[in-house]
Design a protein around this ligand. Sequence first.
Ligand code: IPM
Ligand code: MG
Length: 358
Amino acid sequence: MKEYNVVLLKGDGIGPEIVDQAVKVMDKAASIYGFKLNYTEKLLGGAAIDETGIPLPEDTIIECKKSDAVLLGAVGGYKWETLPGNLRPEAGLLGIRSALGLFANLRPAKIFSPLRDASPLRQDIIGENLDILIVRELTGGIYFGERGRLDDNGIPAAYDTEKYNVEQIRRICKKGFEAAMKRNKKLCSVDKANVLESSRLWRETVTEMAKDYPDVELSYMYVDNCAMQLVRNPKQFDVIVTSNIFGDILSDEASMISGSIGMLASASLGDGKLGLYEPIHGSAPDIAGQGIANPLATILSCAMMFRYSFDETKAADAIENAVANVLEKGYRTKDIYTEGTNVLSTKEMGIKVIESIE
Ligand code: IPM
Ligand code: MG
């Protein structure tokens, strides 16, 4: 029997609750489709700070590098907010993405038809089956550029740097073109080329690459306009490729179109098969431990893991179909509740998904 080694980084806040449900779902799908998952739990974020004093222990990196895939819950919380930047839980998340070379973050914003009512946008705006893929650069740009504090003629100041080289731009745009080829062949490159030099280089590079993808219709959009277009006419988008910080912001916005940030999965990939899979929402410390968090984004992230890291397409489809099924039957967590539906706890939602896998 095929076996895959998965590292679990449950992290902080609601992380452990949602990962626990996702593990049960993965095991059920694996048992039906004839493979086995071996899990190792490691520390990341606040949980790691509490145990070891740092957000990303060496041993976590080593274990992740050896694995076939990593499943991450979420990191961060009030408790660690006053720590210096490089010792905060979020630094652990950036560190693991970088250590594993995961430069491409795929964030699909897809609407499940039973959740159409949960979208804050009008039905005619979201259309029949909205399906956007955001391809976010993940290991460069302002998140990783030089930063610091300085004295600005006696006034305390701080700076962060947005920097991209052509190779970094090429490899992420390649992922964008490739994704577009498998979908509706439309790629929108989002930047701020009217102001930023790094965006101008980005635009030149993506334009040059377009020659190799004659079937893909390439367009460009400034990020402010894109933020507006996502709520004005989201149906115009197929694949969006963009920088680290713009992708961070636009993916939160796109998630809300689908009803709740609690529904959006993500895959972080590099050149090989190893990937890190995580919901795009955070650790939600305000609702942690109450058993009400939505585990579906994490469960859908597992489907992405099966698809991209294991090529277990049928098992991935089975998880996605099970989620659609449960929603179809009117089961909801609190964040996606609308009148006439049934609210379930995190655990109950996990059980419903497991029962629906076939
Ligand atoms: C995300 C999160 C992270 C990011 C934070 C927690 C560092 O917002 O995955 O979108 O900005 O990348
Ligand atoms: Mg974010």
